[in-house]
Design a protein around this ligand. Structure first.
Ligand code: SAM
Ligand code: SF4
Length: 422
C-alpha cells in the first residue's frame, strides 16, 4: 500500500474512533444520586483506582494527587467502605485490577484492602500496577498469593529519556532499574514491564535496546504503549496529515513486532512469553467493569459512569449515598457501540464472528458492512468463514484507534479535573 493510502487509513481510523468517543465525551452531571442496573448473577470485573504519586511524570495525564500519608490512609479506608457497599448491593467479582497513580504507595493499606476485597468477593486474579520505587523484594513477598500479576512502569531503560521524562532522579538510572527488577521478577506468577515507544528523541536502536533488556530480565510480559501526546482531535485535517506523515510510529511498531516475534502476542501492544490468559488492558479485555475509588470509571449497559474526582466530594458522597458517581455519559447508540466492540476485538487479535454475533445479538456482516469492506480494501483485515483477523497493518490501525480512545479519555479527565475544589 502506498504512503498516501496508509495516511488516509490512519486518518479515517482516528476519525472513526473520535466520532464514537464524542458520544461519551459529553458528561452529564447530576444533582441527585446516579444509579444503574446490573445483573446479580454475573461476576463483573472490578477496577480500583489509587490516585496518589510521590512525584508526577511529564507525560502522564492519569488522575492523581501528590501523596500525603494521612490523605492516603483515609482514602484506603473509604475504598473498603465502597467495596462493602458493592457487596451489600449484591455484586460479585472474579478479577481485580488495581491501577493508579501508585497502588503500592502505602503497602500496608493496600494489603489490607486486597485481603478485604478477597474476603468479600470470589476474586481469583489480582493485577497491580507499580512504579519502580516500590519493588522491594521483602515488601512484595507479603503479597504472595494476593497479587498474581505485577505491572511495573519502566517506560524506558535509556538514561537520557529517563532524565527528560523526570524519572531518572525518582526511579533510578537504567542499571539501577535493571538491578531492582532482576530481584523481583520471579516473586509473582507474572511480572509485566510497561515500555513506551515513540518518545521524540528515541532512535530505533534505543527502542531495540529497551526490548532486549526487558526480555533479558526475564519478564513474562512486555507491554509497549505508543506515546500518547498529540492532540489530533482539535486540529484541522491538514495538520493531522502532517503529524501522521512525520510520525515514525508505524515503523517503530513493526520493529517491535519483529523483535518480539518469539513471544506470543496477547493484543496489539502486549507480548507474553507463554500463551496464557493475562489480563493486561482491563478496558480491552472486559466489556463491562465496575470502578471503585476517586476518578474510577464504570462501564455498564453501554454507558460510562465516573466517580468523584475531588477527594472530599468522594468521601462525602460515600457517607451520604450508595455510590460516589458524579457524572455519566449518554447511552452509546448500538452502531457506535458495535464499532467500539469491533475495535476492541481487533485489538485483541481476532473477531470470532459467531461469538460476536451471539454476544451482541447482531449480524456483524450486516451491521458493520461498510467498515468491513473498507478495512478489507485497505488490507487491514482478512475475513474467513468464522473469523476476522487483522493483518500487521490492521493491528497497527487498532493501536492508532486504541491510542485515540485513550486520548479521548484524557479529554474526559481534563473536564473532570475542573471539579476538584481542594
Ligand atoms: C498510569 S501508569 C501507572 C503506573 C505507575 N504509576 C508508574 O508510573 O510506573 C500505567 C502505565 O501507563 C502508561 N502511560 C502513562 N502515560 C502514558 C502516555 N502519555 N503515553 C503512553 N503510555 C502512558 C505507562 O507505561 C505507565 O506505566
Ligand atoms: S506515570 Fe505513574 S508515577 Fe508517573 S505520574 Fe503517572 S501514575 Fe504517577
Amino acid at each position: 500500500m502506498n504512503k498516501s493510502m496508509q495516511l488516509l487509513s490512519f486518518y479515517t481510523s482516528s476519525k472513526l474512533i473520535q466520532n464514537s468517543m464524542n458520544e461519551c465525551m459529553t458528561l452529564e452531571y447530576a444533582n441527585k444520586e446516579i444509579t444503574y442496573e446490573f445483573d446479580r448473577n454475573k461476576k463483573y470485573f472490578l477496577y480500583m483506582h489509587i490516585p496518589f504519586c510521590e512525584e508526577f511524570c511529564s507525560f502522564c495525564t492519569f488522575h492523581k494527587f501528590k501523596y500525603k500519608k494521612d490523605d492516603c490512609s483515609a482514602y484506603f479506608k473509604n475504598l473498603r467502605i465502597e467495596l462493602l457497599k458493592l457487596k451489600e448491593k449484591g455484586f460479585n467479582f472474579d478479577t481485580l485490577y488495581i491501577g493508579g497513580g501508585t497502588p503500592l504507595i502505602d503497602e500496608v493499606e493496600l494489603l489490607n484492602t486486597i485481603e478485604y476485597a478477597k474476603m468479600l468477593f470470589d476474586i481469583k486474579e489480582v493485577s497491580c500496577e507499580t512504579t519502580p520505587n516500590h519493588i522491594n523484594v521483602d515488601i512484595l513477598k507479603n503479597f504472595n498469593g494476593l497479587i498474581n500479576r505485577l505491572s511495573i512502569g519502566v517506560q524506558t531503560f535509556d538514561n537520557e529519556i529517563l532524565k527528560k521524562t523526570s524519572r531518572f532522579e525518582k526511579y533510578g538510572s537504567s542499571s539501577q532499574l535493571q538491578n531492582k527488577i532482576s530481584k523481583v521478577v520471579d516473586v509473582f506468577p507474572t511480572t509485566s514491564l510497561d515500555l513506551i515507544f515513540n518518545f521524540p528523541t528515541q532512535t530505533e536502536e534505543m527502542l531495540l535496546n529497551d526490548l532486549k533488556i526487558a526480555k533479558n530480565l526475564g519478564a513474562k510480559q512486555i507491554i509497549t504503549y505508543p506515546l500518547m501526546k498529540s492532540k489530533l482531535r482539535n486540529i484541522d485535517i491538514f495538520s493531522q496529515f502532517k503529524l501522521l506523515k512525520n510520525s515514525r510510529e508505524y515503523q517503530l511498531y513493526l520493529l517491535i513486532k519483529n523483535e518480539m516475534s518469539t513471544f506470543y502476542q496477547n493484543n496489539a501492544w502486549a507480548f507474553s512469553k507463554n500463551r496464557f490468559n493475562l489480563k493486561d488492558e482491563y478496558i480491552a479485555e472486559n466489556n463491562e467493569y465496575i470502578g471503585v475509588g476517586s476518578g474510577a470509571f464504570t462501564h455498564i449497559n453501554r454507558q460510562l459512569f465516573v466517580n468523584a474526582y475531588d477527594l472530599n466530594e468522594y468521601a462525602n458522597l460515600l457517607k451520604n449515598q450508595s455510590n460516589t458517581i458524579i457524572a455519566h455519559s449518554k447511552k452509546f447508540r448500538l452502531k457506535k457501540y458495535l464499532q467500539y466492540q469491533f475495535l476492541v476485538h481487533l485489538f485483541n487479535g481476532k473477531v470470532d464472528i459467531e461469538k460476536f454475533n451471539n454476544k451482541f445479538n447482531v449480524s456483524i456482516e450486516k451491521s458493520l458492512n461498510l467498515e468491513l469492506s473498507l478495512l478489507k480494501f485497505i488490507d487491514a483485515i482478512n475475513i474467513t468463514k468464522s473469523e476476522i483477523i487483522p493483518t500487521p497493518f490492521g493491528q497497527y490501525l487498532s493501536v492508532v484507534m486504541m491510542k485515540e480512545f485513550y486520548m479521548g479519555m484524557d479529554e474526559i479527565r481534563a473536564q473532570l479535573k475542573k471539579t476538584i475544589k481542594s
